[in-house]
Structure formats: C-alpha cells, structure tokens
Ligand binder design. Structure first.
Ligand code: NAP
Length: 165
C-alpha cells in the first residue's frame, strides 16, 4: 500500500514555506514518527535537504530521495531519479507493506496517481505557503477515519484518512 502523509491547511492545501514545514505541531510530528517508523519513506530532494542534520536520514526507515541529478549524494539514503524507481526500491525495503510518501509538494503531485491512501493532518488555518499538496478531493472522497484535536494554543486540526473512491 502507498500512503501519502502530510500536514496541510484544510482549505488552502499549503504545506511549506521558505523550505520549511508550514505546520510543526509537536503531537503531529510525534504521530508522523510513529506512523512511518519501520516503513520506507519516499521524499523529494528539497524535503531531504530540509531535514535537520540530526534527523537525516530519518532513523529506522529506508530513506529514498528523488532528484533529477543521478550523481546527487545523500548519505544514508537511496537516491533515485523517478517516482517509479522510488517505489521499486521501496518495495525491496523493510516494512514495504506500507510505503510512505513524505513530501514535498512536487513529489506528492508525482505520487498521487499511485496512492492508495492519504493520511492528512488538516489544519484549520488559511496561511498561504510556497509549496502545496495537489488537488485530491475528487479522487479521494472516502473518509475512513477522522480525529479532531486542538493545540494548547488553540489551533484546531484533524487527522483524517482518505481512500481512493
Ligand atoms: N507539510 C508537510 O507535511 C510537508 C512534508 C514534506 C515537505 N514539506 C515542505 O515542502 C517544501 C518542499 O517541497 P517542494 O515541492 O519544494 O520540493 P520536494 O517535492 O521536496 O522536492 C522537489 C525536488 O524533487 C525532484 N523532482 C521533482 N520532480 C521530479 C521528477 N519528475 N523526476 C526526478 N526528480 C524530481 C527535484 O530535485 P532536483 O532539483 O535535485 O532535481 C525537485 O527539485 C518544504 O517547504 C518542506 O518543508 C511539507
């Protein structure tokens, strides 16, 4: 199964700005770690570079980085030059029963046609960014779970799982 996991503005689908995450909700980052640990994670070169040094590669997960530069060095990760190659490598890795695509905007757009499930954190906020999750609402209409939460600062968000219609 291929799952796209992202934290986005509920109405805007914005997910990043200036090379960084738009939303850093500690409970959500902890859930991301718990959900993806033990499974391969597929990401774009820009998302790889956005990870803090201490978290690169993301531990206990096969890290697969997509770039058009076949000579790109990403120590601790597997470098590939297409989304199809990324999934081929991921299928050979530990925990391949669920492969997570972890961003960013360009890679979510490439991966969406292959996705079985979306694991979205929908944040009740309308801040715009410079990286966006692709339009998914027409293809992924089947909401299979929803958990509503609020940060101590009063920011509302929901963990929502969608399956392809
Ligand atoms: N909210 C969230 O859940 C979340 C998750 C992840 C990331 N983010 C944020 O998203 C932003 C980064 O997203 P982004 O869209 O700018 O970049 P990205 O998707 O992380 O990476 C883009 C790079 O992927 C490579 N690429 C794209 N299409 C390709 C193709 N068809 N074939 C081969 N390689 C290809 C290119 O690398 P080369 O230029 O090296 O060729 C391109 O520059 C950051 O702000 C980050 O913090 C947010």
């Amino acid at each position: 199964m291929i799952t796209l996991i992202a934290a986005i503005g509920e109405g805007t689908r914005a997910l990043g700005r200036h090379g960084d995450l738009l939303y850093k909700i500690p409970e959500d980052l902890a859930r991301f770690r718990a959900r993806t640990k033990g499974h391969p994670v597929v990401m774009g070169r820009k998302t790889w570079e956005s990870l803090p040094d201490r978290a690169r590669p993301l531990p206990k997960r096969a890290n697969i980085v997509i770039t058009r530069d076949a000579s790109y060095g990403a120590p601790g990760a597997v470098v590939v030059t297409s989304i199809e190659d990324a999934f081929r490598k991921a299928k050979d890795a530990e925990g391949a029963d669920e492969i997570f695509v972890i961003g960013g905007g360009e890679i979510y757009a490439l991966a969406l046609p292959y996705a079985d499930r979306l694991d979205l954190t929908l944040v009740d906020d309308d801040t715009e960014g410079d990286a966006y999750f692709p339009e998914y609402e027409r293809e992924f209409t089947k909401e299979i779970s929803r958990e509503e939460h609020e940060t101590p600062e009063g920011l509302k968000y929901a963990w929502v799982n969608f399956e392809r219609t």
